[in-house]
Write a protein that binds this ligand. Structure first.
Ligand SMILES: Cc1cc2nc3c(=O)[nH]c(=O)nc-3n(C[C@H](O)[C@H](O)[C@H](O)COP(=O)(O)O)c2cc1C
Length: 365
């Protein structure tokens, strides 16, 4: 019996296994015109082939809730009808092949308006399809980044409304799970962390104030998302500052994450997707296989929230052990699924479980 290939039910949604595709930006949409932010054949193939490969839940990349929330001008968006319709083709295909279609809704905050990574990833300005990014406080992400525009309270309300509208569109497009991107140094994380949030109003200072935006977004998305379907939240469980005695910078910590997780659970979040980092350039991160799993395990041990683990998980037996030992309810794979879309089906074979090969390919088994 493989724990990794046991179904997992969140609310009324049953996900056929616990190997999930982590959201991965493809920076491959049109940067202007009516097709701006609209998924293309590339996105259908990228997501569809991982559904064919046997992943139980496919989470589409960080999809911007508003144009200025895109990481790059070529990001996907979900702020208009055309984008919603184009996602419908993808959700139908993914579901037809036995996987659950999910989507990550995002706002990139002060890390918005950058070039595609393979073109260097540097900030781009209005002459290059870019814009001035927004943030909780007017502090640039790093050297070479512009000073972001500080959001007013009215702007913050608009951000919350944009998340709600995008959730409504995601549902209409056929997604069954929605993930709020609260990690990796993007807008929600920028509010959570004292490293980037220096506000003195109701959205800054205390833990309660710094978590206010995250919780307002959760409430707004939960109000749109049906009771029978799950809401996920991706968090950076640590900024990797407090773990390092040589780094005097103050950041978000694993204990903060546990405290937030309890609030999220109370507000109807069903699973915490536990990642780390992304907010502080130069933070020392001890990267090794499964390096973020202990943070997922901590949340699982100290709260009643379900969790997923992600980060340098590449071996079937390692993934199996993470779930079987109760450190996480599921694992997400990123780069390993880029290398091999069929990883889940091969892992099932190795672990003696039933995979999900499409009938068209049975002659190859
Ligand atoms: C090409 C690429 C794009 C990514 N885009 C996103 C994203 O849109 N949202 C997100 O939360 N994480 C994103 N990530 C991070 C992954 O989801 C994952 O957390 C990370 O790569 C660690 O997992 P891995 O070691 O299995 O790749 C991205 C990673 C890669 C490699």
């Amino acid at each position: 019996m493989s724990a990794l290939f046991e179904p997992l039910t969140l609310r009324s949604l049953t996900i056929p296994n616990r190997v999930w595709m982590s959201p991965m930006c493809q920076y491959s949409a049109a940067v202007e015109g009516p097709e701006q932010g609209v998924p293309t054949d590339w996105h259908l193939t990228h997501l569809g082939s991982r559904a064919v490969g046997g992943a139980g839940l496919i989470i589409a990349e960080a999809t911007a809730v508003s144009p200025e929330g895109r990481i790059s001008p070529a990001d996907l968006g979900l702020w208009n009808e055309r984008q919603q319709e184009a996602f419908g083709r993808i959700t139908r295909f993914v579901a037809e092949h036995g996987a659950v279609p999910g989507i990550q809704l995002a706002h990139a905050g002060r890390k918005a308006s950058t070039d595609r990574p393979w073109r260097g990833g540097a900030p781009v300005g209005p002459d290059n399809h870019g814009w001035r990014p927004v943030a909780p406080s007017p502090i640039p992400f790093d050297e070479g980044y512009p000073v972001p525009q500080e959001l007013s309270e009215a702007d913050i309300r608009r951000v919350v409304d944009a998340f709600a509208a995008a959730a409504r569109r995601a549902l209409a497009a056929g997604f069954k799970a929605v993930e709020i991107h609260g990690a990796h140094g993007y807008l929600i994380h920028e509010f959570l962390s004292p490293f980037s949030n220096r506000r003195t109003d109701a959205y800054g200072g205390t833990f309660e104030n710094r978590t206010r935006l995250a919780l307002e977004v959760v409430d707004a998305v939960r109000a749109e998302w049906p009771d029978e379907l799950p809401v996920l939240f991706r968090v950076s469980a640590t900024d990797w500052l407090s773990e390092n005695p040589e780094d005097p910078r103050e950041g978000w910590t694993a204990d903060d994450t546990v405290r937030l997780a309890k609030e999220l659970l109370a507000r109807g979040v069903d699973l915490l997707d536990v990642s780390t980092g992304g907010i502080a350039p130069g933070a020392r991160i001890p990267m090794e296989p499964g390096y973020q799993v202990p943070f997922a395990a901590k949340v699982k041990a100290e709260t009643d929230l379900a969790v997923s683990a992600v980060g340098l998980i590449t071996e079937p037996r390692h993934a199996e052990e993470i779930v079987a030992s109760g450190q996480a309810d599921a694992v997400m794979l990123g780069r390993e699924l880029l290398r091999n879309p069929y990883w889940p089906n091969f892992a099932a074979r190795e672990l003696g479980a039933t995979g999900h090969w499409p009938s068209q390919y049975h002659r190859a088994l």
